[in-house]
Write a protein that binds this ligand. Structure first.
Ligand code: PLP
Length: 385
């Protein structure tokens, strides 16, 4: 009866308008109607990526698009750098290792970002790197790596491509792919893009297309040249996720209704600040420093003295409030508060209020209302601007 209050880092709630759009009658993916839908929709997505390049749509999860980025640009035995600051950076390492690339791993402790100085030092002795892979938003820790500055380092120190996993933040975080110098930017539908899982989106720079044209590694379903060839005709090489593309068009409407993508980014920034201030007011620790805190997900330490698994289970059972737990060695130590996509300041106030109710049930020592008040203050201050 009660709706599940899904505060996860993906999948995320789907707006009604998007649900209805996806419910349209099916059309042929080789029809004029589809060509128009495809062209209009992919053009409208470009500002979210900050690119003038084509947006490629693959009917898949984000992982397939990460794999496509790797397999189309690098050949087995070639050297790559993978920046890893958590579980999803390690994911990129695994993909690269599976394809037999020689991986130089720039690894940071979970909860920290990779700075431009660290990348610069790391790259100095490496003279033959074909690509540098980075996670923009590390979903396991709530870190937003400074990919704009990392791109600058890659550009000035190497001829390598800079390939970025933006799966858990594109649609909620700023992205200026062309201006920053990102060569491939990848995302998935089910997070800040407000869609169900099943559609991967990526864009490729001119520099990267030149590398892809020469790359000899075989690929079929993930062959980006075939996606580009078909995109020129307003179509895809295989049957696309037509319903999700209907939904994507409605997502673009919603972003326009909000006042354009910069407003969407501002809302995410505001929600991040509301969550962080609320946790501070409750004396609950945050995993990450403010400087690199993600606008789409906040990793929060277990409230002192509480069994986190039991607490999260209780919130879900009694209040229908569904947070994500920690991954890997952070399991039982942190929980992850997703605030991306179809999530608003009112949702943050609701979630913090229910979190406080749960804390009271567990006799956690705090001043009831302090978290809500702190979040509300951030919200009200933003209204006055
Ligand atoms: N990269 C990041 C940063 C993610 O958060 C995820 C999923 O959570 C993935 C990659 C994998 O995406 P998918 O599960 O859609 O294949």
């Amino acid at each position: 009866m009660y709706p599940n209050i899904l505060r996860h880092p993906g999948p995320t709630p789907i707006p009604k308008k998007v649900q209805l759009a996806m419910n349209q009658d099916m059309i042929s993916h080789r029809s004029e109607e589809f060509v128009q839908l495809y062209r209009e929709t992919t053009n409208r997505v470009k500002p979210i990526f900050g690119t003038k390049q084509e947006i490629i749509l693959i009917p898949s999860g984000g992982t397939a698009a990460l794999e496509a980025a790797a397999v189309n640009t690098v050949s087995p035995g070639e050297e790559v750098v993978v920046i890893t600051v958590g579980a999803f950076g390690n994911y990129f390492v695994s993909i690269c290792e599976k394809y037999g690339f020689k991986v130089h791993k720039l690894e940071k402790p979970w909860g920290e970002a990779c700075t431009e100085e660290e990348l610069s030092e790391f790259l100095k002795p490496l003279t033959n790197v074909k690509a540098v892979f980075a996670t923009y938003n590390e979903t396991s820790t709530g870190i937003l790596n400074p990919v704009n500055r990392l791109a600058q380092v890659v550009r000035t120190q190497t001829d390598a491509l800079f390939i970025v996993d933006g799966v858990s933040c594109i649609g909620g975080a700023p992205a200026e792919m062309d201006q920053w110098g990102i060569d491939i930017l990848v995302t998935g539908s089910q997070k800040a893009m407000m869609l169900p899982p099943g559609l991967a989106l990526l864009s490729v720079s001119d520099r990267a297309w030149k590398v892809i044209e020469k790359n000899q590694t075989p690929s079929y379903y993930l062959n980006l040249l075939s996606y580009r060839e078909w995109a020129e005709k307003g179509m895809t090489p295989n049957t696309p996720a037509v319903s999700l593309i209907f939904g994507l068009s409605a997502v673009c409407d919603l972003i326009e209704e909000e006042g354009g993508f910069s407003q969407t980014v501002t809302r995410h920034e505001l929600m991040k600040n509301m969550v962080r201030q609320a946790m501070r007011a409750l004396s609950i620790g945050l995993l990450t420093a403010d400087e690199y805190a993600s606008p789409t997900i906040t990793a929060i330490k277990a409230p002192e003295g509480l069994n986190l698994g039991e607490f999260l289970g209780h919130l879900k059972k009694k209040y229908h409030l569904d947070f994500a737990g920690g991954l890997g060695h952070l399991q039982g130590k942190i929980f992850r508060f997703g605030h991306m996509g179809y999530c608003f300041p009112s949702d943050i106030l609701q979630a913090v209020s229910l979190l406080e109710a749960g804390l009271q049930d567990f006799n956690y020592s705090f001043e009831p209302g302090a978290g809500v008040l702190a979040a509300q203050k951030v919200f009200l201050a933003a209204q006055q601007k």
